[in-house]
Design a protein around this ligand. Sequence first.
Ligand code: ZN
Length: 489
Amino acid sequence: MTATTCIRNAAWVAAWDDEIQSHRYVREADVVFAGNAITFVGKGYSGPADNEIDGRGLFVMPGLINIHTHCMSEPVGKGIVEEVGNPKLYMSGLYDPKPLFLAAHNMDLKEGQQDGLKAACTVAYSELLMSGVTTVADLSMIYDGWLDLMASSGMRIYAAPMYRSARWVTHNGHVVEYEWDEAAGQRAFEDAADFIATADAHPCGRIGAMVTPAQIDTCTQALLHDSMALAKDKNWPLQIHTSQSVVEFHEMTRRTGLTPIQWANQTGILGPNTILSHAIFIDEHSWVHWPTRDDVRLLAETGTSVAHCPSVVARYGQTLQNLGRYLGAGVNMGLGTDSFPHNLIDEMRWAVILSRIAAEDIENLRTSDVFNAATVGGAKALLRDDIGRLTAGAKADLVLVDLNHPSMRPVRDPIRSLVYTAMERPIRDVYVDGILVVEQGKVLTLDYESALDQLDLAQRAAEDGVPTMDYAKRTSRQVSPLTLPLDDT
Ligand SMILES: [Zn+2]
């Protein structure tokens, strides 16, 4: 028999209202779940309960949904990559020099040393859980032990192994070239398809499949067609980085005469199954000034979702310029962290503030818009209506926030307190699939501390590998000097 848990008299609840298709605040309410499903949200629950949680002093909200991050690699870049965008490549860090560190880290993959990769994933999953994320799309690469780690994390995870037909190279730091190997891309696609089918069938029931051709400019049309056919056949989401840099935008207009989004549309890969990661440098972005005004409309008309990851590109001085316009046109928006910090509440703050700055309009975006993106918008992108909301029948993925934490007080509007002040600090307990995975701010399912120790070692190893990877044989300290001069004596 499944146990029933009642969070009794919660001070505040962000409950889902099916009638108006929106979250709504409810005060002094009960949230009840049995097994992995929510059975009641509202006032005055009178049914049975095996466990009672005193909800006074708590805000109960749905677990957050992060639809784009790279858990295997990004954590190793902390303290290194925040300021290494390349001005001669329109500020992007994608091509040079950030990949030096990640490539050195990913060497583990080739050499069969999985410890650094597992440590990075463990740190990322732990930090996501502790900041209230219960579902994540992890765009990593396949390595031994990944599936077991996803299952044991207790988190809801979309396995999204990336593959591509070409890789980026620069020999001089101002031109990006493409090294094509179509056969390798096809093999990697087939491996990914096998892997995600196994992941999707995992008995834990929390792992999903995502078809992930890596980038719009690195995949052949044939590979994209195969990818889309698989996604449609299985009804799996497909995600691809698109309109993520000025270099990519120019490359696609040079090849095709179309913007990346227009070419994606012509190629037949836009649609409700598809998530475009970033979608920043669209035809109307001021950094590219392409003469058409079709990209946002195409996203809306085709039902394509966008994974908006504001903080990582903001570090390069870049931003999606008008999120309110995307939403107003009817584009479904989800949020992603992409990199560290693995904190979706922080992304909510960046999203709302950057869009107001870029659009020069405080009403461009409201806090409710980013809360929706972090919950039901992400769910829709993942083709689901049973997560990202607190309502009977939804999965029991929920977050208990301590309203007595100083960062939340005075409590007039818990979501605003979270987004503009508190972030992850008051998050007390997190449930995924009805199981407690974070208690009193500590993750129960993963060994966060020892993973941090491993990550220290992995970062040192990655830095040591930089000169051998770099076209100019620079050291890590030359590529990314420390914030202050170091007194080594
Ligand atoms: Zn990404």
